[in-house]
Design a protein around this ligand. Structure first.
Ligand code: UDP
Length: 260
């Protein structure tokens, strides 16, 4: 069997981790064992010297849109959802620190007693120092999701790719949980994701990536070593990008180390 490369093909990545990915059986709350395994996956990439930003979701506690259906005021519900992401960010930061992986969390929604506010320059400095930077509270605005925040932060930190961790191994033609014969795509364009309404992430997030030619890879975070393999160039999950080859044409030179 061929040995896999341990050489990263990216300098900086943004990983979107959903709240559900931190929950145990039942999909709710935080599970210490699951948190530790997520920390191991992220740590394996950080140890390669790859600069790592993480946008964390909050769906293991609260989702604004679902709560609005249950008669909550949508805007208020979204603020509750954003607060949920702060809880996850603090838990992940602590778990990473306990595993000797330096991490730093910032929140787009100011809660100064518990977490620093989002500041791009400071985030870039920490990334340069090799710390994992966790971005909490999404965009800081209601009516958005943490997927959109992931696209936004990925562009802001000049990540080479956005890696979206899900419960399934990529983008499928239909929900594989309901349709066992659903086809998994190796790669797919932003346009196809949007026009076929594949529902892997919200349209705002995909459009933002399309406008900035930022490739997205959708993968299953629960597969041990998967994240590291992707960072080392393995064709895991599904790559979402523009025209053929566009994903590989992003030049590392565009990556800025120009931190004031
Ligand atoms: N949210 C928001 N604005 C944002 C990001 C998130 O209002 O920019 C709220 C929204 O209610 C959302 C919740 O926070 O449902 C949790 O985020 P998300 O559903 O994206 O978490 P995930 O599904 O990734 O766990």
């Amino acid at each position: 069997m061929a040995t896999e490369s341990n050489s990263p093909v990216y300098r900086r990545v943004l990983v979107k981790v959903s709240g559900e990915a931190l929950a145990g059986q039942g999909g709710h709350g935080l599970d210490a064992t699951v948190l530790q395994s997520v920390a191991v996956e992220l740590g394996a990439v950080a140890k390669l010297g790859v600069s790592l930003g993480v946008v964390i979701g909050g769906g293991n506690f609260f989702r604004g849109a679902a709560a609005a259906l249950a008669q909550h005021d949508r805007i208020n519900a979204d603020y509750i959802g954003m607060l949920a992401t702060i809880m996850n960010a603090l838990a992940l930061q602590q778990t990473l620190a306990a595993a000797n992986i330096p991490a730093y969390a910032q929140s787009a929604l100011p809660v100064p007693s518990v977490i620093d506010p989002y500041a791009r320059t400071q985030a870039l400095e920490c990334l340069e120092q090799g710390r994992v930077v966790i971005f909490a509270a999404g965009t800081g605005n209601p009516l958005f999701t943490t997927d959109s925040a992931a696209s936004l932060r990925a562009i802001e930190i000049r990540a080479d790719i956005m890696l979206k961790a899900t419960k399934v191994d990529g983008v499928f033609s239909a929900d594989p949980a309901k349709h066992p014969d659903a086809e998994r795509f190796d790669e797919i364009s932003y346009e196809e994701v949007l026009t076929q309404r594949l529902g892997i992430m919200d349209a705002t997030a995909v459009i933002l990536c399309r406008e900035h030619n930022l490739p997205i890879r959708v993968f299953d975070m629960a597969v041990p070593g998967g994240l590291k393999r992707i960072v080392c160039g393995a064709n895991v999950g599904t790559l979402i990008h523009g025209d053929s080859g566009a994903a590989n044409r992003r030049e590392f030179d565009s990556y800025s180390t120009n931190v004031e």
